[in-house]
Design a protein around this ligand. Structure first.
Ligand SMILES: [Zn+2]
Ligand SMILES: [Zn+2]
Length: 270
């Protein structure tokens, strides 16, 4: 990558339950790949706050970043972040987590519905079962979008990574257009960003989450703020797909991506 302003706003370190990489290794990989900036956004799964997150010490990555930031001064911008999973299911846990450190950037995610396992663990025997889950997902996603806790809505079509990518079911976001529009309109009204998550490019679904259709619709509805993240859980994936995501943004008529510092967006030309 030789362009100056590639920023990866979504990465995980060893301080996520499903990560093992040191914060310093993520930063070194970002620098080697010529990125302009990186945000480490470790998980806080709010519904499991006490079982999982405390054990993982969710504010530890912010502390690590403060320790190493000076080493990278002038070469790489490193920001503190957090991925709040299911803040709808334990608002107090979400607020507590946000008070543990100074976060530059907060992602809002919905990995599982109330009372259900992560979509990763669910089975999709047929389209009807998946459609029912998807319908419930869109309803809870609207609830999440209404919460004023996050800066960017992560992987808006997360269940499709499994329903379509893994189970091969033909389910599209446009099947839920009314609910999708309601979520996107809320983002626009509340100045919240939408994320392009590039992990799908490395997975069976073979595309970004979301795809062009949703990005175009967000823009049509007045959306201007898009963050881009690899969702890397190791150093090798840092920055992966960011260049393609910028191209996609251009195709959709956007002239910039955004990157957050102190919970405020900066525009990066694409
Ligand atoms: Zn996620
Ligand atoms: Zn993530």
């Amino acid at each position: 990558m030789d362009q100056k302003f590639f920023a990866d706003s979504h990465t995980h370190s060893e301080h996520s339950f499903d990560g093992s990489e040191k914060v310093r290794s993520l930063a070194s990989a970002a620098e080697k790949k010529g990125l302009y900036a990186i945000t480490i956004s470790d998980h806080c799964e709010c519904h499991e706050y006490f079982e999982k997150n405390v054990a993982c010490d969710i504010s530890a990555s912010a502390e690590d970043i403060i320790t190493i930031r000076d080493e990278f001064e002038g070469r790489l911008i490193i920001r503190t972040g957090i991925e709040l999973g299911q803040p709808t299911q334990d608002v107090k846990a979400a607020k507590d987590a946000l008070s543990l450190a100074h976060y530059d950037f907060v992602l809002g995610s919905l990995h599982n519905l109330r009372g259900e396992q992560d979509f990763y663990f669910l089975r999709y025997p047929d389209a009807a079962a998946a459609q029912d889950l998807m319908d419930r997902y869109m309803t809870e996603l609207y609830e999440l979008a209404k919460q004023d806790l996050f800066d960017s809505l992560a992987h808006i079509d997360y269940p499709l990574r499994y329903m379509k990518g893994e189970a091969g079911l033909e389910i599209k976001m446009s099947d839920y257009q009314e609910k999708l529009d309601a979520v996107l309109e809320l983002l626009v009204r509340n100045d919240k960003a939408l994320e392009i998550n590039t992990s799908g490019l490395r997975q069976k679904i073979g595309r970004t989450l979301p795809d062009k259709t949703v990005l175009m619709r967000y823009r049509e509805l007045g959306g201007k703020l898009v963050t881009v993240g690899s969702d890397a859980h190791n150093a090798a994936d840092v920055g992966s797909g960011i260049e393609q995501a910028y191209e996609l943004l251009k195709e959709c008529g956007y002239d910039s991506a955004v990157f957050f510092t102190d919970r405020k967006p900066t525009l990066l030309p694409v």
